[in-house]
Every structure is written in structure tokens, then in C-alpha cells.
Design a protein around this ligand. Structure first.
Ligand code: G1P
Length: 297
């Protein structure tokens, strides 16, 4: 791929949301973890907003048992909307949940066999075009958003891109880690290797894959014959690693903030941080936090 003309636009995004959410039990016993709210929007909504900002049209949710609330969230709630309208209430608050007809597709991952397997479940819907992946646990707050930054980079270099960020060396073994190659610009670096959940001493860097990807459809072929990797799971990282050298592969350093909403403390941090940025809440929340800290001291 050498020219912009040859580059197909990123129109589709896959959201693997079949996970059991065991870290948040019992909260996630009857509702999907992606529906846990950060203030007044469920976690999945932040990822979907980021996708739409980046120009993505079709959302492909890889779901499993007990996950229907996610799909309902993006449906029309007729009774609710009728009742609100009758009472003269403003419906704008629901705007972000409205999608064009046909733009939400779900596929099922019947058995949890790893992230690579979840993505592979979407192969028929993705078809033969490049696509994005969002791990909704990773909440990326930036302006523009993380995926928009990646799509801009994709328009320059094409191929495959992953967002990365630096973490302290002692944390690398919880993530996919890149081996960085040549720097293309401040934010863009070539990727020469990838390893999923390495031991700290084996990690090629402290730059971790942070849950946003733009990949070429060939990755689906690679996943097809994929053997199990770290943790006995079919790993997306292993499939991507096999594409390095065959296709361009770059890492984008996200200019913004990331919250690990797969962990309880990350979830609390995201909630507090966003509350402190909201004009309708900031003052009150700041006062509450100051009081709580003083009481605890
Ligand atoms: C997944 C990916 C890993 C990535 C991480 C980001 O791991 O396999 O490469 O760094 O998400 O959160 P998981 O968190 O599913 O174990």
C-alpha cells in the first residue's frame, strides 16, 4: 500500500463484549460489565462514541449469554420515549444511543477461548476490509479521541496500527508488549515484534497495547489456524505478530488519558476524573472529595 487511493476507509469496528466480568462480581451477575456506568453513561457508550467520532459506521458486538442489555441500550425504547415526550421531557439525552438502522450487528462467541477467538468470530461481518477493534474496558479520553488519532495516522501510513502507552516496567506482564522499531514521527513508531503477557525480564519494552487496533482483514486468516498462546487462550497479539514483516505495522502513542476500567480502582479513578471535568458536577464533587480526604486523615 503506497498511496492514499489504495487505502480502504475504516468503516467497521469490532467490540469484544462476551467476557464474564468476574472481577466485578456480584455487580456483573445479572448485567454485563460493559453496562456499568461511569457517571451517567455505560462503559460501552464511551467506546461507541469514540468509534463514531472516528467515522466508523458499523458496530459489530461479539457477545455471549447474558449480554442482551448492551444491544437493548442501542435500540429505541419506545415506551420510555413516548412517556418522556408526553411529559414534555427533552429526549436529547438519548441521542448517543441512536444508531442508523442496520448499523449494529451482533455475533456470538459461544465459548470464551480468548481475545483472538472473539475477533475471529466476527470474520464474516468484517469481510475483506480493514477494521477497528475496541476493548471497552480501556477507556481512552482525549480530544480528538484515540481512534480518531489512529485513523489520522492510518491515512498516512496504512497497514496495521495499534495504540500503545508506557507503563512502569513491573506492570508489563499484564499486557501485550511491543518491540519498537524506527520512529516515524513523535507519535508513530514502527513495530518489529509483539509479545503477549511477557515476563518482566523478557519484555521488549514498556510500551503496552492499550486496547485500540486498526487491522487488515488478513489477520482473520491468521487467527483461523491459531494455536493457543499465553494463558491457554487464542491471542490476538500472536496473530498480529505473525503479520509483522508481511504488512506495515505501526504503534501510535495516544495523546490523552487512559483509564483501566477492567480494574475497580481504575473504574473509580475514571468516575472521579470525569466528574471533576463536568461543569454540572465539578464543584460539588471537589468539595466532597476534599471533605472525605480530610475526614480520612
Ligand atoms: C488484552 C490484550 C493485551 C492488551 C490488553 C489491554 O489483554 O490481549 O494485549 O494489552 O487487552 O487491556 P486482557 O486484558 O484481555 O488480558
Amino acid at each position: 500500500m503506497t498511496s492514499n487511493e489504495a487505502r480502504k476507509p475504516i468503516r467497521k469496528a469490532v467490540f469484544p463484549v462476551a467476557g464474564l466480568g468476574t472481577r466485578f462480581l456480584p455487580a456483573t451477575k445479572a448485567i454485563p460489565k460493559e453496562m456499568l456506568p461511569i457517571i451517567d453513561r455505560p462503559l460501552i457508550q464511551y467506546a461507541v462514541d469514540e468509534a463514531r467520532e472516528a467515522g466508523i459506521e458499523q458496530l459489530i458486538f461479539v457477545t455471549g449469554r447474558g449480554k442482551t442489555a448492551i444491544v437493548e441500550h442501542f435500540d429505541t425504547a419506545y415506551e420510555l420515549e413516548r412517556t418522556m415526550a408526553d411529559r414534555g421531557k427533552n429526549l436529547d439525552v438519548l441521542d448517543a444511543t441512536r444508531l442508523l438502522p442496520g448499523n449494529l450487528v451482533t455475533v456470538r462467541q459461544q465459548v470464551p477461548m480468548g481475545l483472538g477467538h472473539a475477533i475471529w468470530c466476527a470474520r464474516a461481518v468484517v469481510g475483506n476490509e480493514p477494521f477497528a477493534i475496541f476493548l471497552p474496558d480501556e477507556m481512552m479520553v482525549g480530544s480528538p479521541g484515540c481512534m480518531k488519532q489512529m485513523v489520522d495516522a492510518y491515512n498516512e501510513v496504512g497497514g496495521n496500527l495499534i495504540s500503545v502507552l508506557e507503563v512502569p516496567q513491573e506492570e508489563v506482564s499484564s499486557y501485550g508488549v511491543i518491540a519498537p522499531g524506527q520512529r516515524v514521527s513523535d507519535a508513530l513508531t514502527e513495530v518489529t515484534g509483539l509479545v503477549e503477557k511477557p515476563r518482566r525480564e523478557d519484555a521488549p519494552s514498556n510500551l503496552i497495547i492499550s486496547g485500540r487496533y486498526i487491522l487488515q482483514p488478513e489477520v482473520m486468516r491468521t487467527l483461523e489456524s491459531q494455536e493457543k498462546g499465553a494463558g491457554g487462550e487464542i491471542q490476538l497479539t500472536d496473530a498480529m505478530a505473525r503479520m509483522i514483516g508481511q504488512q506495515p505495522f505501526h504503534a501510535v502513542k495516544f495523546d490523552g488519558r487512559r483509564f483501566d476500567c477492567g480494574s475497580k480502582t481504575g473504574f473509580v479513578e475514571a468516575t472521579l476524573s470525569l466528574a471533576l471535568e463536568r461543569p454540572d458536577m465539578a464543584e460539588e464533587v471537589r468539595a466532597i472529595m476534599t471533605r472525605l480526604l480530610a475526614e480520612g486523615a
